[in-house]
Design a protein. Structure first.
Length: 183
């Protein structure tokens, strides 16, 4: 293992170990630690005004063959909604949509994520804000702070996860959100 983090829980019962579709390859950045060799190989943390610094560390690490995972026995508790320190819920979700576009998330994954969010409280508002942020960044043709290789790698991961989720639904099996590991 080269990059590890904890499960993120926030006020309002969100738990990244059960509510996230990232799977067991994602180490949350609120409490993240890396091997020195891995940290140097990825070039350290890259500053990004739009956020996603933790994502910009673990994704290239996986791309380079390092293992990344959260420790399920531990958690980081956030006493507010993630991303809402200086803004409200709608603005926070809008900002996440912009960030998704900037980091190069696959358009099909983003549509799926929006639909998924619409099944969570506060339902429509959260998903709509996420989609509007993504579309606003697309219209403005915002820059991507990561390389095309990293975007391609992550999009491939997202499509593998989406395929596994669709196959689970078609087989009438429960979607195991945490163990949707991509090999």
């Amino acid at each position: 293992m080269s990059d590890a983090g904890t499960i993120l829980r926030e006020e309002g019962a969100y738990n990244s170990g059960t509510d996230s579709l990232e799977g067991e390859t994602y180490a949350s950045g609120q409490c993240q630690i890396s091997r020195r060799e891995c940290f140097h190989a990825i070039g350290g943390y890259k500053l990004n005004k739009g956020g996603g610094i933790d994502w910009m560390a673990v994704t290239p690490a996986r791309m380079m063959g390092w293992k990344t995972l959260p420790f399920r026995e531990k958690c980081f508790f956030l006493h507010r909604k993630l991303g809402s320190a200086e803004r409200g819920r709608f603005s926070s979700s809008f900002s996440y949509g912009e960030k998704d576009y900037r980091l190069g998330w696959h358009p099909m994954w983003e549509v799926f994520r929006v639909c998924w969010r619409m099944t969570r409280r506060p339902y429509l508002l959260d998903g709509a804000a996420l989609r509007l942020g993504d579309l606003w960044a697309l219209i403005r043709r915002c820059e991507h702070p990561v390389s095309r290789e990293i975007m391609h790698f992550h999009r491939r991961e997202q499509m593998q996860k989406l395929t596994a989720i669709v196959l689970s639904v078609m087989a009438l099996k429960r979607i195991d959100r945490f163990h949707s590991k991509v090999s």
